[in-house]
Every structure is written in C-alpha cells, then in structure tokens.
Design a protein around this ligand. Structure first.
Ligand SMILES: Cc1cc2nc3c(=O)[nH]c(=O)nc-3n(C[C@H](O)[C@H](O)[C@H](O)COP(=O)(O)OP(=O)(O)OC[C@H]3O[C@@H](n4cnc5c(N)ncnc54)[C@H](O)[C@@H]3O)c2cc1C
Length: 815
C-alpha cells in the first residue's frame, strides 16, 4: 500500500462521481497536489447504482448551466481518458397529461431556449413517433430535448478518476477520513484511518455521509438519505436503441432503454427516508430491501403508459439510498463556519448529471477563492444551523424526493416540517387569516384570507386563489396603510471603536454618517459583484445595525466577519432573534403611528432615511423611516418581548386609518412597481451595481475606498454591456415569474429575474437583464426597440424602462 502523503494542497473526502469530478477539474486547472480518500472503493456509495440519466434543463439558470456542461464533458470524456463512459446523446421526452403540466413544460421549453438548450414542443402524435411503445390517448403534449443523454455512472466516475490520476492526483481507497482538523477557524488537515494529512483545503464529497462529516466541525450540511427505487425488465423485443429517456411526471415515472431492457424509476409523492441513525460505516455497494407494496401503485401507472411492461418479466427490483436536501438543491461551496472547508453533496438524484458542472465550478472556487458564476441556488451558505436537525430532515425528505416530479407551481410551499421558526406575532396573524410561506424555515405571512375564505394555497400558473386578496392588501398600502410582519429579517449588531472604519470598507455606500442615519448599500466583492444588499443604521458612534434578508442570514454574517480584520476592535453579533420587525407602510402610516406615540413623526422632525428610538404603546422601539414598498412608512425594530403589546396598540388604532394586515405577495408586487431589487434574484455576486442600476448607492470618492471599487471604476470607464430594466407586459392575463426570455426586435437579449403582478396598472411586471449587441449598452437600447417577453412559447409585447413605473421621483417616500 502506498504511503499517505503528509501534506496535500487539497484533500477530497469521498470517491463517488462528485469527488472524482472535483479531483479531475482541480487537476485540469493544474492543481495536481490533490489526495482523494475513499472509505472503501470508488463509486461504492450511491454512484454505482444510479440510473444514469443526464438531463440538462433544471429549475434555475445555474443548475442548467452546470448540467449542460456535464453533458458536454461526458460526451468527450471517453476520447480524452480512454475509459469508456457509456454516454449516449439520445435525448429526452417529457410528457404532459393535463393543461397545467403542459403549461409548465412549455414554460420550461422557453427557459431552455433562453439557456441555450435545444427544446421542441410536440403534439402527442409527434411524441408517439419518438416513443412508439407508449400509450398516448391521455396526452396533451410533450417537450423533446434532443441533446439530453444517458451514461453509465460507474464508468463515467472511473473515467473522471482516470483523468485525474493521469494528471497526478493520488487516489487512496480503503482509507477513511475520521476527522477534519481545524485551527483558528480554518481547515488544515484530515485525520484518517492511516494517519493525518495536512492540507491547505479540504472538500467534503461524502455523499449521504456528508452531514455527519460536516458535524465533525459543527458545519451545517443539511441532507438526509431516502430509499430510491427502480426496476429493470427482462429484454423487450424490438426495443429501439435510440429511444430517448421518457419522463411521465404526472405518473411519477421515468423510462430508459438499457441494453435491450427497460429501466423504470419513480419519484413517489411520499418517500421513505433511510439511515435515521446515521449511515453505517460498512455500507458499500449495498442495496436496500425490496418494498413491492411501496412501488406497486407506481408500477401500475408505468404499465398504463408503456403497456409492454405488463407483459415482460422484471429482471431486477432495485432499491438504493440517495441524499436529499430540504429545498431539493444541492450544497456547494466553501462553508460559512470553517474557512478552506468546501462541500459538494446532497445531489437529490441528479448527482450524475450535475457532477461535471459541480466539480468544475467547485474547482474554480477552490483555486480562485470565489465562485466563477452566480451559484446562490446551490450555495451551502444558504443552510441555516437548525437544518441539521435530523427529525426536520427526516420529515422533509418524505416530501423532497417526490417534489422533483411534482408540479413546480409558482409559490409552491413545502407541506412537511413546517412551523419551525415563527415570529412572536405568528398566532395573532394566523387568527387574522394569515396564510404562511416558508423561507429558511421561517413562517412568514404571504397573504391574508378575508373572513369566509380559507388561508390555503390553490396553485396554478394562472391567477392563484390569493391573487385578489394580495391585490387588496397592495391597494391598502398605496392608498391607506398596511402592516407587515418583517421579523424574518436577519439583523447584525456591529460594534466597537473600529466599527465605522471596518464597515465603510465593506459597504459601497458611505456609512460614516451621523448617528440616527440609515444607509442603503451593497457589499461588493473584488470583482465589483454584489455580495449583499443591506441597510445600515448608525445607532451610536461605535454601533451599527445591519439588516438583510432572511435567506442571507448565514452568508452575510460570514461575509461581515471574514472581512473584519483580525486586529480590528469590533464584533459582529447576530441579533436576529432579539427584534421583531413591524413595517407600517402607506400614506396613512404617519397618522396611524402618531396615534400610538407622543414623539413627533412629522417630515421635519423625522425625515426619510433616519432612525431613532421612540415611545410606542408602553414600549421603547427603534423606528426607522425606510421602505421596500415605495411609500411613506416606518420599520419598527421591537425587542421581542414587547412586540405583542406594540402590535396590539397599533392594530387597535388601525381601523381609523384603513389599515390592513399585508403579506409578502402584496409586498412583492409593491416593490416590483418601484423597481426595488431583490438579492439572489435581480442582483447577485455576478452582477455589479452599475449593471443593476444601483450606481446611486456607490460612494465613489469616500475616504479609504471600499472593496470592489477598482473593478467598478474600470467598468465605469469601459461602460456596461448589460443592464437591469423594468418591463410591463402588455397582456394582463399571462403572468410572469422569472427566467422568461426577453426579445428585442426579434433577437433574444436576456431573461427576467423577477416577476409579479402590478396591481396599480393591472399588468404583469418583470425585472430582467438585457445585453446589448454592442459592447456598451446605452439608454436608447432600452428605451427604443420592440420588446417582447416569451411565456410558454408565445412572445408577448412588453415595454421596457430604466425607471420604476411607480413614483419614479420618489416623492411619496419623502412625503
Ligand atoms: C436509484 C437511484 C437512481 C439514480 N439515478 C440518477 C440518474 O439517473 N441521474 C442522476 O444524475 N443521478 C441519479 N441518481 C443520483 C446519483 O446517484 C447521486 O446523486 C450521485 O451518485 C451522488 O454522488 P456523490 O459522489 O455525491 O455520492 P456517493 O457516490 O455516495 O459518494 C460518496 C463517497 O464518499 C465516501 N465516503 C463517505 N464517508 C467517507 C469517509 N469518512 N472517508 C472517505 N470516504 C468516505 C463513500 O464511500 C462514497 O463512495 C440516482 C440515485 C439513486 C439512488
């Protein structure tokens, strides 16, 4: 047995397809001092038994990009390494048996074109020519993706391993990592069954073991294994070798031609979590016991679609474990908790088709110190510490597996493991008819059901059942006053004698402001990309309150701490749970609040973008005059135990002022009318303030500069080639969500990043980036030209603008 080296640049734990891909891509980038440790044998965990589907169209842009790259890589890997992969580009066919599924598929096909993936919408009879063995009487339509493929997972993983080895990567089988060595917050090595290896970076590619591996150093890797089933039939006579992969999502089934046999697999609505007490150490090339009763109803559905299945014997009933995450997206990147510790795990049954892309971008991330593109969808920093809770993961996993083939309704909420994080106002809001949506475990009111209606979602791609109610909340905010529970905001106290100097380097705007001032600002990376979008309130000479979105809590706190120099005399404390936030917004907000406080709320005494402690009811609360809805209003930061009494005091006077309780759907419509950006959607670490139209929040010449200034200056000089614009769709009944293609004069120029209905003008709205043909975009490109937005294959005229459609001069917020 060769000796383990004492040190390596990168140590990878786990020799499944993902670990092999990370090793391969590190080596391709010239980083060859890499050690990969595999507990038993390469592929022995989950990889060996995958069905090998290589689809490319995923729910988001980045997931699709990575899957597309994977398909291209697998197509050439055999030639490059000499190791057969079994990859074949046979295409895939997705079926719709009802109008809503067809709408979903057609919207997906539009998105595919926008992402550069070939897609054609087919009639049932056209689909039948591609898959003659199937029953088509109940079909409404289908979508064909001709460049999708299938591969042999073991051979493909071994090809990646061979490619990695040929560049010098050392792969050790039968060596188990037993601990990760951390010093001063950084991973510096790995303990193994054969001794310690020091390392500059460690990568956790431990598949379904990855949660426990993360736990060694208190890192959150929220995933749970579930049983996953397929069958392989006896040979089917005259099975065409060119059959594309068939997905019948309405029957939870997929079908693949496999050396003259059919492989049929399922994504059932209620899955079976597995490995609740941890994954056995010795688990290797193992299967789980059959459960025919579990798959029987699914098998019946599959036989209805492909009747020949009822006539051939079953050669293999397969059941093997795969890991699933609470939101069905994988976990990638450097962890928030430990520097130089990376993760690539939780692949939700798409690890084969994602491994190429995930390995590539993770290798880039490791070597360059930052992700090569916007990867927020899959970024491990979206994980919340509580999500390691095993009971939570177990219960959510029952649902996650099936969601892969369920309808991907807009605004769809998980049904399991709910009610984990609640504001102290939750019960009051529920009693008032709130319907809740979950973000990072936090239950937030999305809309309020008026008396006589049930606060439950009825999903559709059309107007959902809350459409009117959110509209009424929206109107209340525009014309009277609305009350929002915004407690899910993440809040950080940043305090110490060096707070101003440190925070001013991190913020692109100038936060060296008088006490009581509020500053809207972005945090940029060295490339000028937007890492965070926050408000900063100067509470005292040496103390700031930083407020950011709920979903960014882990990420932004890590960014703040990591960009605080070690010697700086400041400390960042997460005070999210210490404050409830009530937003009181609308032209009557001043009158309403004035009825519960003796402090002067007039414009002169309390101007926009200021903040101070006021009496409210019997409490003292921080009132901050700021808005995300484009109206006069205050966010009230209330110490948690005072929140109920303050809420009651406001509500008691609400009726006099036409107040309505309002939720996040109404808020979204309001912010879209104002063109306010949402981080993670309209702005990401791959977009700069100049591209996003946020140049007004950049303090170019403040003393000491800020992170990202040089890159931004260069871009300002060169001019930007892409720009975020606001769109109004001219057809009121076709709703926009995001990722719809944007056309200008018949040419595809971009895609939408957010969509909502603009209740004020009665038309759908979107924000989205457009890219100019010329390297520099001028305002004429946006204000002239014939714009269209594609919805489910249909191009619909739209108007484009760089200004918000509502109150472009911002007079209402300063009223
Ligand atoms: C029935 C089924 C069908 C599937 N079909 C498809 C499909 O068609 N297409 C698709 O894209 N995906 C599919 N998948 C999913 C796919 O198989 C997985 O997403 C993928 O294999 C995950 O790869 P991985 O490298 O993350 O995990 P694994 O393959 O499990 O690799 C993790 C490795 O880490 C090793 N390890 C763990 N702990 C340690 C330690 N302490 N020290 C050293 N090594 C350690 C393990 O031994 C293991 O080899 C399917 C999965 C199942 C179960």
């Amino acid at each position: 047995m060769p000796e383990l080296p004492a040190h390596a640049s990168v140590v990878i734990i786990g020799g499944g397809i993902v670990g092999c891909s990370v090793a391969y891509h590190l080596a391709k980038r010239g980083c060859t001092d890499v050690v990969l440790l595999e507990r038993r044998q390469l592929t022995c965990g989950t990889t060996w038994h995958a069905a090998g589907l290589v689809g490319q169209l995923r729910a988001t842009h980045s997931l699709t990009e990575l899957a597309r790259y994977t398909a291209r890589l697998y197509a050439s890997l055999e030639q490059e390494t000499g190791q057969a992969t079994g990859f074949r580009q046979i295409g895939s066919l997705a079926l719709a048996t009802n109008a809503e599924r067809f709408e979903e598929l057609k919207r997906g096909a539009s998105m595919a074109r926008c992402f550069g993936v070939e897609a054609e919408v087919l009639t049932p009879s056209e689909a039948a020519t591609l898959w003659p063995l199937m029953e088509t009487a109940d079909l409404v339509g289908a979508v064909h993706l001709p460049t999708d493929g299938q591969t042999n997972p073991i051979d493909t993983a071994l090809a990646l391993a061979k490619g990695a080895r040929s560049h010098g990567v050392r792969i050790f089988e039968d060596v188990r990592a037993t601990d990760i060595v951390v010093q001063a917050g950084r991973a510096i090595g790995v303990e193994t069954t054969r001794g310690r290896i020091r390392a500059d970076r460690v990568v956790n590619c431990g598949g379904m073991w990855a949660r426990e591996i993360g736990g060694w150093t208190d890192v959150t890797v929220p995933l749970h294994a579930a049983e996953h089933f397929y069958i392989v039939t006896e040979p089917v006579a005259e099975l065409p070798a060119t059959l594309p992969v068939l997905r019948d999502a309405d029957a939870c089934s997929y079908f693949k031609q496999d050396a003259g046999k059919l492989l049929v697999g399922w994504f059932e609505p209620v899955a079976k979590p597995w490995g609740m007490r941890g994954i056995p150490d010795e688990f290797s090339f193992e299967t789980l016991p059959d459960d025919f009763a579990h798959i029987e109803p699914l098998l019946d559905g599959a036989i209805r679609r492909v009747p020949v299945l009822g006539r051939v014997g079953v050669h293999l009933f397969f059941n093997g474990p795969e890991s699933f995450t609470p939101d069905n997206r994988y976990l990638l990147g450097e962890t928030a908790e430990v520097r130089d510790l990376f993760v690539a795990a939780g692949f939700n049954s798409i690890g084969i088709q994602s491994a190429g892309g995930a390995g590539k971008v993770l290798a880039d991330w490791i070597l360059d110190g930052h992700p090569p593109m916007d990867l927020w969808d899959v970024d491990v920093r979206r994980a919340m510490p509580f999500q390691r809770n095993r009971r939570y993961l177990h219960d959510r996993t029952r649902e996650s597996l099936g969601l892969l083939y369920a309808m991907h309704w807009p605004y769809r909420q998980p049904a399991t493991a709910r009610g984990v994080r609640k504001s102290v106002l939750h019960d009051r809001l529920a009693a008032a008819g709130a319907c809740f949506g979950e973000v990072a475990g936090y239950e937030r009111p999305t809309w309020f059901a008026p008396p006589g209606t049930i606060p439950e979602y009825r999903y559709s791609y059309d107007h959902q059942n809350w459409f009117e109610h959110a509209g009424a909340e929206h109107h209340a905010v525009r014309h009277a006053v609305g009350l929002f529970d915004q407690s899910s905001f993440a809040k950080f106290a940043f305090e110490g004698p060096d707070a101003e100097a440190v925070l001013n380097r991190i913020c692109a705007n100038d936060i060296a402001v008088p006490v009581g001032q509020v500053v809207y600002t972005q945090w940029l990376n060295e490339r000028g990309g937007i890492e965070a979008d926050v408000t900063v309130t100067r509470e005292a000479e040496t103390r700031y309150l930083v407020v950011t979105a709920c979903a960014s809590q882990t990420r932004d706190l890590a960014w703040l701490r990591r960009h605080t120099p070690e010697a700086a005399r400041t400390v960042a404390v997460d005070v999210s749970s210490a404050y409830v936030v009530i937003g009181v917004m609308g032209p009557r907000s001043r009158a309403l609040l004035q009825s519960v406080t003796d402090d002067d709320l007039s414009n002169e005494a309390f101007p926009f973008a200021t903040s101070r402690i006021v009496d409210l009811g019997y409490a003292r609360v921080r009132a901050t005059r700021i808005t995300y809805v484009g109206e006069l209003g205050w966010e009230l930061y209330i110490p948690t135990e005072f929140a109920q009494s303050v809420f009651d005091a406001i509500v008691a006077h609400g009726g006099e002022h036409g107040m309505r309780l309002a939720g996040y759907h109404g808020m979204d419509a309001l912010r879209m009318e104002k063109g306010y950006r949402s981080w993670g959607h309209d702005i990401t670490d791959a977009d700069t303030p100049l591209e996003a139209g946020l140049g007004f929040a950049v303090a170019w010449s403040k003393p000491g500069g800020f992170i990202g200034r040089d890159a931004l200056l260069r871009q300002r000089e060169a001019g930007v080639g892409r720009r975020l614009a606001a769109f109004v769709l001219q057809e009121p009944d076709r709703l926009l969500y995001h990722n719809e293609p944007i056309w200008r004069d018949g040419r595809l120029v971009g895609r939408t990043t957010s969509g909502a209905f603009g209740y004020l003008i009665g038309k759908p709205l979107a924000l989205g980036y457009v890219t100019a043909e010329a390297s520099v975009i001028d305002t004429g490109f946006i204000t002239s030209g014939r714009f269209e937005i594609e919805v489910a294959g249909e191009r619909i005229p739209a108007t484009a603008s760089l200004k918000p459609i509502y109150d472009p001069a911002g007079q209402r917020i300063r009223a």
